[in-house]
Design a protein around this ligand. Structure first.
Ligand SMILES: Cc1ncc(COP(=O)(O)O)c(C=O)c1O
Length: 411
């Protein structure tokens, strides 16, 4: 497979990896120079760029990522420029660059600009898509028992207002093979299945869903494959064409480390005729009469963070997250009072590792960790905790997490 990095380098677009309009996005220049220096460790540079409280060990990017200082400064700087002459800037220089962000996104996930719509977050993207599918009484939406609340929202709405049926496949914990999932999907598809909604990366255990293989089951049957990508871009390489999805919704403010309230939605061109919400009545442009006014500075900041990932290397990021997750999993394996519930094989894994606590309550343990300056996520439907290993984390963070966890679980 041609790596996306090569694809980007060869493309005529050629903006990814280069500073965006030097002079416009000021905050990014020094940081980018360091990132581009082969003598530097990009992960340490990024770590130094974060605004996290000194000493804080942040292992909850899957909930909300920390945005690097240079991006925050760039966004603030753009906001300052906007405020000097709001209407002229917003529909002039900044407006043009905001529109360009769709191009940057398209290049980063292997699709065309006209297949990309800017949203505020994953939840909005998923809801926009599902509300446009012509579901009738008894039509089925196949999903899993491990989706996020934002993923269930659309199906629940369709159950209530259209009489659709939501079927939740029960996923094993941990999943041990791709085939296990493919069999489950195949067994649960029926003549009434109209939509399959799956997380690309699970919010519960970090399972990386084999969407490409699943699309080979759904597409021949004309079933709409909708991916919840909240947990993937920024830690996992994404190529929406290779995944074979009909739509893919994600957020910029998690693993991409982008400004808050940013996101995007991919809709495969062939499926766009069925997609006609009022929101895109005037088109998919960043600003249109139907989208209304946008926060240009934040959206441009999202484009910059995607370019930052490209400068480090999407494949390199994926490998680093996987390596840290493996390290974390091994260390956790030495603690007897818990059980790792994330998949262990690399093809099903990413930077997320979750554990089931065998004795102590997850809420109490998460609070005690927080009191000690370690931020993790408690999983509400299980007595479990989730740890996010992003590229800015390191082995030292994981050692400290595991030492403290061991101590708390044994106290
Ligand atoms: C799988 C998944 N989907 C959707 C969401 C919701 O994301 P947002 O709040 O950015 O819409 C999350 C948030 O954690 C998630 O993990």
């Amino acid at each position: 497979m041609t790596s996306r990095r090569k694809f980007i380098r060869r493309s005529s677009f050629g903006l990814l990896g280069a500073p965006l309009l030097p002079g416009l996005f000021q905050g990014n220049q020094e940081f980018r120079k360091l990132l581009d220096d082969p003598g530097q460790d990009p992960f340490e540079i990024l770590r130094d760029e974060l605004l996290l409280e000194p000493g804080l060990i942040y292992m909850n990017t899957a909930t909300l990522g920390p945005t690097p200082k240079s991006i925050v400064d760039g966004v603030l700087d753009l906001t300052g420029k906007l405020e000097k002459n709001p209407a002229v800037m917003n529909w002039g220089e900044l407006g043009k660059e905001m529109e360009n962000t769709r191009d940057i996104i398209a290049q980063s996930v292997g699709c065309q600009k006209d297949e990309v719509l800017l949203t505020r977050n994953t939840t909005e993207g998923l809801s926009l898509v599902i509300s446009q599918i012509d579901l009738k009484q008894g039509d089925e939406i196949l999903t899993t028992n491990h989706e996020h609340g934002g993923g269930y929202l659309g199906p629940e709405y369709m159950v209530k207002h259209r009489g659709a049926i939501m079927k939740k496949m029960k996923l094993p914990l941990p999943v041990t093979s791709k085939q296990e999932i493919l069999d489950l999907v195949e067994e649960n598809l029926t003549d009434r299945t109209k939509v399959v909604l799956l997380s690309h990366v699970s919010t519960v255990d970090g399972l990386k869903m084999p969407l490409g293989e699943i699309s080979q089951l759904t597409r021949p049957k004309g079933i709409f494959l909708l991916a919840d990508g909240a947990q993937a871009p920024g830690q996992v390489e994404v190529n929406v064409k290779e995944l074979g999805v009909d739509a893919y919704a994600t957020s910029g403010h998690k693993w991409l480390l982008g400004p808050k309230e940013t996101g995007y939605l991919y809709i495969r061109r062939e499926k766009q005729s069925m997609f006609n919400p009022i929101f895109t009545h005037s088109g998919f442009q960043a600003y249109s009469a139907s989208s209304g006014t946008r926060n240009a500075a934040n959206i441009i900041g999202l484009g910059e963070t995607i370019k930052m990932h490209d400068a480090i290397g999407f494949d390199r990021i994926g490998r680093r997250c996987l390596r840290l997750k493996g390290y974390c999993q091994d260390k956790l394996g030495d603690i007897r009072e818990l059980k790792v519930i994330s998949p262990t094989s690399d093809d099903l894994s990413c930077g997320i590792v979750s554990v089931d606590l065998l004795d102590k309550k997850n809420g109490e343990v998460a609070t005690e960790l927080k009191n000690r300056g370690i931020i993790v996520k408690l999983l509400p439907n299980y007595n479990a905790l989730r740890f996010s290993c992003h590229i800015f984390n390191n082995e030292g963070d994981i050692d400290t997490l595991c030492e403290n966890l061991d101590e708390i679980l044994n106290s």
